[in-house]
Design a protein around this ligand. Sequence first.
Ligand code: COI
Length: 356
Amino acid sequence: MTEMNSNEIDIVKAQTSKINDVDFSNLTFGRVFSDHMFFCDYEDGKWQTPKITPYQAMTIDPSARVFHYGQAVFEGMKAYKDEDGKIFLFRPEQNAARINVSSARLAIPEFPKDYFLKGLEELLKLDSEWIKPGLGNSLYIRPFVIATEPAISASPADTYRFMIICSPAKAYYNEPVRVLFAEKYSRSADGGVGFAKAAGNYAAQFYPTSLAQKKGFQQIIWTDASTHQYLEEAGTMNIFFRINDTLITAPNNDRILDGITRKSVIQLADDMGINYEVRRVSVQEIKDAVNDGSLKEIFGTGTAAVISPVSAFEHGGDVFEIPSLENSYATLFKEKLMHIQHNLAEDLHGWRHEVK
Ligand code: COI
């Protein structure tokens, strides 16, 4: 099967919807899930017929390799609705491609792009009521792949499950975040899996992040593992610095996630004639810039976080506050992106994908 249409998906619809139990004005990120889920099993060397069923718990053997070796990858995307009820995805082909880049690194078979996109569209059509119109509203989409083979020898599995679940979402961070620049722990290393959306990359951050949180910082900005002198990414976000009017972000490498919001912001900066540099950024450069007043902003970019300003950072025991700015680049890019996503602004680059 290379091209898939909706009648090649086995669909079992939910008898009743849970939607009336949900308070859409008071959502905690990732706690409530829509009525349906999409899944497809890899068995006998190929992906089987995809299915959509009511969202439900599933049975997996306790020996499944995902539980023992973390052979799992995921994606993050969002669906938006405009005031006419049209549903849009933002650059979904990028997610369909990136999950396969992640899968290849984790020795997971690639998932066909048309299964991904067609499956997601069918799921969104069934759960369209869960996508609320209005800027700031979205349905967060979590595609993921897990190794299901019941066997605990340390080698790649023979069977996998690809799934998509959806959760209505507002902002991930409600306030500007305070961050700590990593000095001891590392998120990833050369030759590792930092560029992949591997589940284990996130688990590995939980402990150092909980230490940072005890000190009053919500996130860590990870530095290069060998010297801890260069700022790389924030774990749930890529990171941008504004020195005077120039935007700076680290180049992609095998330690940094190839963020779709990151590359969209770089493109928007280019469109708007904002000067930008994709180059290594040192901790010292940012400390010097905050001290001489040329550091205007730091902000993170990501699907869940959209654009999240950073209000302070800690390094070497010193805390540096970043005064909030009127007309910040963070606000400018956030508005521009959200307007494109919600069909309120011209889509110069064909990023919007209507779900019909
Ligand atoms: C996303 O932005 O979609 C992410 O993957 C971050 C997530 C860990 C909340």
